[in-house]
Design a protein around this ligand. Structure first.
Ligand code: PMP
Length: 381
């Protein structure tokens, strides 16, 4: 059987990793500033993480969700403490799409309504409802098409008010910083406006924190910068540092009834051990503070490059917009300098490194970026 190539693949075989560094089977070292798309939150093979998972695997890896799993309660308590949302309830699942799917469903159970507001350029995942609130018609199959989603232009308050006035809105789903859409930071005023319209119309505010959450911006949820509380936060990616785990946290206003939510694998022993290890390391090593500091440093240094059109982001979620003719070539060049970065539209180099990225590694990137901007693109083709 042949493997279906989901993404255009760099044909290297990464076999080892440590912190923000990874190595291929030939021993070549790469600086990982992408973390497998914001997944690696506490660095590769963090010793505490490895030990916790290994110990758990020796005890028990999985048993049915129909018995009590104390690790789930421990994870909920720890997450409440680190995120500051202690009065919320945690539901555990396996991915970001599944988290959003459950958030949208729960909102509709709560208020009995059907219509959802999402935003232009949003990305929320590839399952049925998640793909329907994602602004990319190319990935919506006919079976997933729905009239229930209204797309509002990013940060357009007038269009948002109109959408609320003309439709019976169940929920609004918004990334605090659009990731796939190009690292676009939602303004505090816009998030506050959504909060007040949701209150006015009895709609549910869903904060998609799959990419921008979990401490990446220096606050636990990037929506926290606006000083508001969302009704549901969806999470995944950095939550397990590579072990598949996702979840939603639900405000006390919404009380899910028995049977509304469920999953076979969600919250299994190994996933909880991974989740707990991540939060323990985040707390012990002050990773949110490090993300704010090293991220702030990177952003201010990147703003000094005259070739860069715009630098956007917060903490360690950074988008570097380049003029169109430079963008793709520069990412390839960075790869040739053994630096992993991501991309986003339009012409954006995306950085989503581990939250314990060191200043020395940030400097290594800045040095390579300087070289790359001065290199003759054609010489590499
Ligand atoms: N929401 C956001 C903001 C994302 O960036 C992603 C993944 N890129 C998802 C949801 C979907 O997450 P997953 O791939 O784990 O289903």
């Amino acid at each position: 059987m042949k493997l279906f190539d989901v993404y255009p693949i760099n044909h290297i075989n990464i076999t080892n990793g440590k912190g923000s560094l990874v190595y291929d089977d030939k021993g070549t070292e790469y600086l990982d500033l992408y973390g497998g798309h914001a997944v690696i939150s506490i660095g590769h093979t963090n010793p505490h993480y490895v030990k916790r998972l290994e110990d758990q695997l020796h005890q028990i890896g999985f048993y049915s969700n129909s018995i009590e799993i104390p690790l789930q309660k421990q994870l909920a308590e720890k997450l409440g403490k680190v995120s500051g949302k202690e009065d919320y309830q945690l539901f555990l699942c396996n991915s970001g799409a599944e988290a959003n799917e459950n958030a949208l469903k729960l909102a509709s159970f709560y208020n009995g309504k059907k219509k959802v507001i999402a935003f232009r350029n949003a990305f929320h995942g590839r399952t049925s409802l998640a793909v329907a609130v994602t602004d990319n018609p190319k990935i919506v199959a006919p079976v997933n098409e729905t009239d229930n989603v209204i797309f509002v232009p990013w940060q357009d308050e007038a269009a948002l008010e109109q959408a609320f006035a003309e439709n019976d809105i169940s929920s609004v789903i918004i990334e605090g910083i659009q990731g796939v859409g190009g690292i676009r930071v939602a303004s505090e005023g816009f998030l506050q406006k959504i909060r007040s319209l949701c209150d006015q119309y009895n709609a549910v505010f869903i904060a998609d924190s799959v990419q921008c959450g979990y401490g990446r911006t220096g606050k636990f949820f990037s929506h926290d910068f606006a000083g508001i509380n969302a009704d549901i936060y969806s999470m995944a990616k950095g939550m397990g540092n590579g072990f598949p785990i996702g979840g939603i946290i639900i405000s006390p206003k919404i009380l899910p009834a028995y049977g509304m939510l469920g999953t076979t694998f969600g919250g299994n022993h190994l996933a909880c051990a991974a989740g707990l290890a991540v939060l323990e390391v985040m707390e012990q090593d002050n990773l949110m503070q490090n993300a704010a500091e090293v991220g702030g440093y990177l952003i201010s240094e990147l703003k000094k490059f005259k070739e860069v059109k715009e630098v956007r982001g917060r903490g360690l979620m950074i988008g570097i917009e380049l003029p169109a003719e430079l963008a793709n070539a520069r990412k390839d060049l960075l790869f040739k300098h053994h630096i992993f970065t991501g991309e986003a539209k339009p012409n954006v180099i995306r950085l989503l490194p581990a939250l314990n990225l060191t200043k020395a590694h940030a400097d290594r990137f800045l040095e390579a970026f300087t070289t790359v901007l001065n290199e003759n693109v054609l010489s590499f083709r």
